[in-house]
Design a protein around this ligand. Sequence first.
Ligand code: ITT
Length: 205
Amino acid sequence: MKTLEVLIGTHNQGKVREFGELLADAAVRCLSMNDVNLTVKVDETADTFEGNAVLKAVAYAGASGMLTLADDSGLMVDALDGAPGLYSARYGDPGLDDAGRRFKLLNALKDVPEEARTARFIAVIALARPQEGVIATVEGTVEGCIAFADQDGPVGFGYDAIFIPDGFAPRSFAELSKGEKNRISHRGVAATKLIPILRELAEKS
Ligand code: ITT
């Protein structure tokens, strides 16, 4: 059995770090886009998380020649009819950074009371091979609500500082330890479903 190498097909450094942690015991060696000098970007033109995850995984597997996983994820806020959702990375003006997007979201919810601030993170991970295309997709969700202000922490990214997962109030995702977030997060739930698939591939390699 050889060590299975998997390309983590993302330009988001927060995701790269989390996949390294989540797949640490999965009998695979994770490589980043930097590790393989891949700069290709994919237009996320599908209208579902799964569609975009598949677009990214297939494109990066083709460009790298490697087994590749890609994650498409986002934050769905009930009071905003599911926005920013698929467009979480592109919410607001193109010039905004993560903090700017969080500020815009907090502002959009400024008159929304606590009980109506429910939200969830969703992640779909697609696994693809260069020749076969997509070989698996898995999904994870975590329920919670949106805070009234940024509650940042040492390792958060994206919307972590304003998302309070159910059962952890008053702490935001950014205020949890890495282990706590990984155990319950949308990405963690999806990765738990992916690990047996990776193990099986590793055993066959
Ligand atoms: P790649 O497409 O290269 O993977 P991206 O950041 O553009 O990077 P997405 O299109 O999947 O990825 O956008 C998802 C956005 O949702 C991401 O940029 C974050 O703002 C947010 N997001 C997803 N998972 C998150 C998490 O665990 N914590 C905080 N924000 C998250």
